[in-house]
Design a protein around this ligand. Sequence first.
Ligand code: ADP
Ligand code: MG
Length: 276
Amino acid sequence: MTAPTAVIEISKVSTRFGNHVVHSELDLEVRRGEVFALVGGSGSGKSTLLREMILLRRPDSGSIRVLGVDLQKLDDDAALALRQRWGVMFQHGGLFGSLTVRENIGLPLREHTGLADALIDEIAAWKLAMTGLEPEAGAKYPSELSGGMMKRASLARALALDPELLFLDEPTAGLDSHSAGGVDELVRKLRELFGLTIVMITHDLDLLWQVADRVTVLADGRVQGIGSMSELSHMDNPAIRQFFDGPRGRAAQQPEKQQAGGHGSGTIAGPSSKRR
Ligand code: ADP
Ligand code: MG
């Protein structure tokens, strides 16, 4: 029994907007069960690549296969079926302001399953609990949530249909250090408990050191390096050095030592004292 290990295969993907080349012949592979991070400066094409992976836009050339399916060769039914196998947490949450948290989480279930309302509410309550929110949060509207609660509610919605694959766009952006540390722990748990494959875009070096198995650095339309944070920290490619050698990079490298010693203090805050 050899289960395919590649969950996403990106092959020679090129993207341009007018004359502006954003990706030139990118090759990337995301493996089953890993936390795969995409990093790079602002404008390096991270969000565009994410959008291409989740069928929100097409690359100009090249191919992308997700969960064994070639995205270029999908009819509408196949696209709908595939979309149900992944969850996406957008950077700004993407929750509907006119719906309660419980209703937001239940929405994908209402759209894609024939389940009864009572059962949908029950599943929504379970997803809320999974992401560490109190049951009372279910009755709140998004505008009543703190930044950290909003991220968790958005994650709960991304998990509504029990996806195999989870995409996270900047899951800790805008959070205070304590909330951001909670997200580190949550991402790790999702991978460990549910065997999810996670693709995340982030600038958060603490999050990267704490949870990413492999990190890809994008710059100038190309992959500049792929490896664990520790491996990348020893590469001398200029784009990678820039990423590590700024003050944020230096501060965040310290958790490497903590990881070796087992970050098992029971605290969810992790190395967040260094976050800003
Ligand atoms: P990142 O997420 O890495 O910051 P993006 O993927 O959002 O970068 O954008 C990559 C580049 O493509 C940027 O230069 C951006 O201005 C450009 N871009 C993104 N979307 C569009 C669009 N719809 N039309 C024109 N240019 C775009
Ligand atoms: Mg972006």
